[in-house]
Design a binder for this molecule. Structure first.
Ligand code: ZN
Length: 365
C-alpha cells in the first residue's frame, strides 16, 4: 500500500521524543480528575482548559457531551480522528425510578450501582472514595516509578488515551506541523460505547476521517508491556480496517518506532462501535496491567502502563499527522505489495518448470 519512497521520506522525519517532564505533567493533571461512566464532567472540563491553550485547535461539542477537537494548520483535510474515552468503571448514583442495565450492587452503597466490566467477586475487595454523584476506588490518582518506567493510578483506561491526544496537540503546536487531525473525547464507553454510538448517529463525526481508537488493553497474543504500543488489528467483536492498519504499521516502520501487532481480544473498543456505523476504524493500544483495577490475586488495585509505550504511541500518531499528505501521495491501492508478490512469482519460475511434469497439463487430459 505504501511505496518504498514513502519509507525514505519518513526516515528524514524528525523524531518527536516529547519532553519527558511535560508529558508527565499532562498525564498527572488528567489522572487527577475523578471520573465514572456518565460522570465525565471533571475530566471534560480539564480537557477543555488544556485544549484552550492550543492556538491551532478548535473544539466542538455534540449534544451528548463528547468533544470533537480539530488541529488545523494549513488547508489540508484531516485524515485521522484519534479517539479516547473519558470514563472508567465506577460507582454511580442510581437515577431514582429508572431500571438500569444490570451492574454490581454493594451493600455498602445501597444508592449506588457499579457500572463497567469488573467481576462481582472483586467489588467487596476495594476501598471506595465518594465524589457525591459517583464514587471511585480509593487508590492513588497518579504515581510514577522512574526505575520501572511505570505510570500507575486508579484510572489508566482511558485517561492515558486522553493524555496522548493532548500530548499530540502539544507536539504538533511545538513543531508547527502543517497538517490537520481530530482528537475525539467520548463519554460512557465502559457501559457499551454509549458516547461513541451517539456521536456516530449524530452525523457530527468528521466525514472522510478514519477513527483510531487510542486505548489501554490487556496483553494478548504474545505482545509484551515495554515493547511498544500495539497496532490493534481488531478486538473481541471485530477486525479493523485493513488499509488503515497497514498505514499505521508502515508509519511505525518508516519512523523506526518499535510497535507490536496483535488481535487484542480481551475486550472490545470504540473502533468496533464506529465501524458498525459505517466509519473506517483502526486501533492502537498501550498494554495495561491490572485491567479495570483487577489484580491477578483477585483484589482491586491500581492500573499501570509503561511510560515508554505511551511515548511511542504519541510519536507514532504525531508522525502520521505530519506525513499524512506524503502518505496520501504514495498510496497505490496495494500495487507495491502486488509487485513484490509478482517478483517472487517470477523468481520461482524455474522451480515451477522443474516440477511441472509431476502435475500434468490441463490441455492433455
Ligand atoms: Zn478503555
Amino acid at each position: 500500500m505504501i511505496v518504498a519512497d514513502f519509507a525514505f521520506k519518513y526516515c528524514l522525519s524528525i523524531r518527536f521524543n516529547m519532553h519527558h517532564g511535560k508529558l508527565l505533567s499532562i498525564l498527572r493533571s488528567i489522572f487527577n480528575c475523578p471520573t465514572a461512566p456518565f460522570h465525565e464532567y471533571h475530566v471534560r472540563d480539564h480537557l477543555l482548559e488544556l485544549l484552550a491553550d492550543f492556538p491551532h485547535v478548535s473544539v466542538e461539542q455534540d449534544g451528548f457531551g463528547n468533544l470533537i477537537a480539530l488541529y488545523r494548520r494549513g488547508s489540508g483535510k484531516a485524515r485521522w480522528a484519534f479517539g479516547a474515552h473519558m470514563d472508567h468503571p465506577g460507582w454511580v448514583k442510581n437515577p431514582a425510578g429508572k431500571d438500569l442495565p444490570k451492574g454490581g450492587l454493594d451493600a455498602r452503597f445501597p444508592e449506588m450501582q457499579f457500572l463497567g466490566g469488573v467481576p462481582a467477586s472483586y467489588l467487596p475487595t476495594g476501598e471506595v472514595k465518594n465524589f457525591g454523584e459517583f464514587a471511585m476506588w480509593d487508590l492513588p490518582a497518579f504515581e510514577y516509578d522512574r526505575e520501572e518506567d511505570r505510570i500507575s493510578g486508579r484510572v489508566c483506561d482511558d485517561l492515558v488515551g486522553c493524555a496522548a491526544i493532548i500530548a499530540l496537540f502539544y507536539e504538533l503546536e511545538q513543531r508547527q506541523v502543517m497538517g490537520s487531525c481530530y482528537g475525539i473525547f467520548t463519554r460512557a464507553e465502559e457501559v457499551g460505547f454509549v458516547g461513541a454510538v451517539d456521536l456516530a448517529k449524530s452525523g457530527k463525526f468528521p466525514q472522510g476521517a478514519c477513527f483510531v481508537s487510542l486505548e489501554t488493553s490487556s496483553p494478548r497474543g504474545g505482545v509484551e508491556m515495554g515493547k511498544g504500543p500495539v497496532v490493534r488489528v481488531g478486538d473481541r467483536m471485530s477486525v479493523f480496517d485493513d488499509e488503515a492498519t497497514a498505514q499505521l504499521l508502515a508509519a511505525a516502520e518508516a519512523s523506526r518506532l518499535e510497535v507490536q501487532r496483535a488481535l487484542l481480544d480481551g475486550g472490545a473498543c470504540e473502533a468496533t462501535a464506529m465501524k458498525l456505523y459505517g466509519i473506517r476504524s483502526a486501533g492502537i493500544s498501550v498494554l495495561l496491567g491490572n485491567y479495570h483495577n483487577c489484580d491477578p490475586s483477585g483484589k482491586i488495585d491500581s492500573e499501570y502502563v509503561r511510560l515508554k509505550d505511551v511515548k511511542v504511541m504519541i510519536d507514532l500518531i504525531a508522525n502520521l499527522v505530519q506525513f499524512a499528505e506524503v502518505q496520501q501521495e504514495n498510496e497505490d491501492g496495494g500495487e507495491s505489495d502486488r509487485l513484490k508478490l509478482e517478483k517472487r512469482w517470477k523468481d520461482y519460475a524455474p522451480y515451477v518448470q522443474a516440477t511441472a511434469g509431476k502435475f500434468g497439463d490441463e490441455g492433455e487430459k
